[in-house]
Design a binder for this molecule. Structure first.
Ligand SMILES: [Zn+2]
Length: 110
């Protein structure tokens, strides 16, 4: 499957490739978690099943420190796909390298 699709003749191509046909790819971690609100009278204080959430979080390194950002469920789904694409691309690169680096083209001259 191609990564991009050429627009039809006469079609306005302003930013269309970026918005519709680019597969998102991201090296990141995302997680789903529940939280305790801190109110001792809230159900979440005693019952783990009554904790608030789930909340989706994106963890990333910036300036050597780990940061977390809360995502909407829609953003979390897009991020899940982008992380999956990143891992798939990385796996493809490893496979490509394994196949081509063992080629006789790189044998030391005798
Ligand atoms: Zn609570």
């Amino acid at each position: 499957m191609p990564l991009s699709i050429q627009p039809k003749p006469g079609e306005d191509r302003t930013n269309q490739r970026d918005q519709r046909h680019t597969v998102p790819i991201l090296r990141a971690r995302s997680s789903k978690r529940t939280k305790i609100c801190g109110n001792p009278r809230c159900h979440c204080a005693r019952d783990p099943a009554a904790r608030h959430g789930p909340y989706y979080e994106w963890s990333y390194l910036k300036g050597g420190r780990l940061h977390h950002r809360t995502l909407t469920p829609k953003q979390a789904e897009l991020m899940r796909l982008a992380i999956h694409s990143y891992r798939k691309a990385k796996k493809l690169l490893r496979t490509w390298e394994a196949h081509t680096s063992s080629s006789s083209k790189f044998n030391a001259p005798e």
